[in-house]
Ligand binder design. Structure first.
Ligand code: CA
Length: 306
């Protein structure tokens, strides 16, 4: 029996790479891919997602465009990568693509996909939690259809990646996916869904280095490696990590990770808004605590040989 997985990503470089990793997993059956308009521009992000599904011969998986809005926008310099990827030559070899785009908004598709699933579904969310918060409010019955949430987000015992900013008053403690919509994260924290967090604490261990990108280049005879190398080359001049890809690799090999149970809360407003704070008697979550980084890099190299 395959594990049903509903993906919700937000259209940045590593979101596409996460999708490309997930689609290589034999034991996983994706029930759909939702794109959230957060770390992207939505039109090219949806388009690139459909082209990637076509390239990987998975065009039976529906794609849904979410129309939710966040509170704190991602910088446009991050978001515009979605235009570059949508125009990569390898994704534009055909005149038309066949992966369907649903007419209903992604947040409503989340409800329908969970309700109609034959068994419990794992949510893999590599962006903000806004669709899930919406779905929980609008259709509380879906909570029992969620097997668990694997989420790339949060910063527990390390600084966030939203910069300290005198203008907005942010104190630098928040991670972007939580910061985009802190109220949504707080809503999900009120649920009893099992949460497995891939926070900055662990993703700080998996930088994307030129050495690694060049290793991908050596296997570019494989289409997916070629695409992955192009994606990473686009961001190599930034301080970049395999955030969403690491979160996704947990689905492939959970035994490669050590989890730690922590008690946490979400700071919903103010200068620490979006902080995922470790507190006594807080909401219990599992944090990915340790991973063998050599294993991780070789795993994704191997999976992308196709
Ligand atoms: Ca993301």
């Amino acid at each position: 029996m395959k594990e049903l997985v509903l993906v919700d990503h937000d259209g940045a470089v590593d979101d596409f790479l996460a999708v490309m990793l997930l689609l290589t997993m034999e034991h996983v059956e994706p029930v759909g891919v939702i794109v959230t308009p957060a770390d992207c521009y939505i039109q090219p992000a949806v388009s690139a997602t459909r082209k990637i599904l076509d390239l990987m011969e998975k065009s039976y998986i529906p794609v849904a465009e979410s129309s939710v809005r966040g509170i704190n926008a991602f910088p446009y310099l991050y978001r515009r990568d979605s235009f570059a990827i949508d125009n990569f030559p390898i994704l534009n070899q055909r005149d038309t693509y066949t992966t369907p785009l649903l007419t209903e908004p992604g947040q409503d598709f989340m409800i329908r996909a969970l309700r109609s699933a034959s068994e419990k579904v794992t949510l893999l969310i590599t962006g903000p939690l806004t669709n899930l918060a919406y779905a929980l409010d609008k259709a509380p019955d879906i909570e029992t259809k969620i097997r668990r949430l694997i989420w790339m987000g949060g910063a527990l015992n390390v600084p966030g990646n939203v910069e300290k900013n005198w203008e907005s008053g942010q104190d630098g403690s928040a991670e972007w996916n939580a910061y985009w919509d802190p109220l949504a994260a707080a809503r999900v924290w009120e649920s009893s869904i099992e949460i497995i967090m891939c926070s900055l604490d662990i993703t700080n261990n998996v930088p994307v280095t030129p050495e690694f990108v060049q290793k991908i280049g050596k296997q570019r005879q494989y289409d997916i490696s070629d695409l992955a190398g192009q994606c990473y080359a686009l961001v190599i001049s930034q301080d970049y990590y395999a955030w969403d890809v690491l979160a996704t690799s947990y689905l492939g090999h959970p035994e490669a990770f050590e989890l730690k149970q922590l008690e946490t809360e979400i700071i919903p407003t103010g200068k620490s808004q979006g902080r995922t704070k470790v507190v006594e008697k807080g909401r219990k979550i599992f944090a990915m605590d340790k991973v063998d980084k050599d294993w991780f890099y070789s795993y994704i190299l191997e999976q992308w040989k196709r």
